[in-house]
Design a protein around this ligand. Structure first.
Ligand code: SF4
Length: 250
């Protein structure tokens, strides 16, 4: 007994006490800041492998960005990345960061459906669908439930069956082979249900955008409740995004 208590004392706290304010240690690229410094915009745009950088004004679309860092390596005076991991939005256009903008990304309360707070603010069960994913976002979502991040403390958990779920979390660019299984899974979730896109591949197709191997028709049919950017998504980004979605009372 004494030895067990000694081990517990030695290990300290395994969980992050407050996942909404904790700093991310080490290297992390979160919300970018684009200065108003004048640079060669064509060169800047051409450096991006996914077409995430736009011109007039210079902007970065976090739904397309792979967070590779090439733009900040080439133009450090123009683009820098903060460690702000709260980079989810419920409007696709809110993921586009323009030059001079330094404010946090917030969910638009007007676009959150009323039933989300009423049904899911205290408990949200999700079915994860890897639709051609590379297992990076999937691992990070798995980590969101581990002892460190412990999103289960908020009643948010992944479940094995869509019939037990309140919504689906899609990762991956949605390959042709996964289009039908995705639809079947979504249909099996009882109403009301939500859809979350997690990661660059899910939001825009990422580096696979335009590939004939994809079938993203599913996304044209339904309202997307939350876009969680990241490549892969950080557990703190996912947890904070979902909390903002389910805790906003209208
Ligand atoms: S970090 Fe994002 S915006 Fe910058 S070059 Fe890479 S993909 Fe493009």
């Amino acid at each position: 007994m004494i030895n067990n208590l000694k081990i517990l004392y030695h290990q300290g706290k395994q969980y992050i006490p407050d996942v909404t304010t904790v700093d991310v240690p080490g290297i992390f690229r979160g919300r970018p800041i684009i200065s108003k410094t004048v640079v060669d915009e064509n060169k800047l745009i051409n450096v991006c492998p996914t077409g995430a950088i736009g011109a007039n004004p210079v902007s970065i679309d976090l739904g397309k960005c792979t967070f590779c860092g090439e733009c900040t390596f080439a133009f450090p005076e123009k683009i820098s990345f903060t460690k702000d991991y709260k980079i989810s939005a419920n409007s696709r256009t809110d993921l586009i960061i323009k030059e001079g903008e330094e404010s946090q990304i917030l969910l638009n309360p007007e676009q959150i459906r009323t039933e989300i707070y009423n049904f899911f603010s205290g408990s949200l069960k999700l079915r994860q669908v890897s639709a051609g994913g590379d297992n990076s976002c999937e691992w990070e979502l798995n980590a969101a439930g581990n002892v460190n991040f412990d999103m289960g403390r908020f009643g948010i958990e992944f479940v094995a069956s869509p019939r037990h779920a309140d919504g689906i979390v899609i990762t991956g660019p949605i390959s042709e082979n996964m289009a039908e299984p995705l639809q079947i899974c979504y249909d099996a979730v009882p109403d009301p249900k939500i859809i979350i896109l997690a990661g660059t591949d899910a939001i825009s197709g990422g580096i696979f955008d335009g590939s004939q191997a994809l079938n993203r028709e599913f996304l044209k049919k339904y309202h997307i409740d939350l876009y969680v950017s990241g490549n892969p998504v950080h557990p703190l980004t996912f947890i904070n995004g979902v909390l903002s979605l389910i805790r906003t009372k209208k």
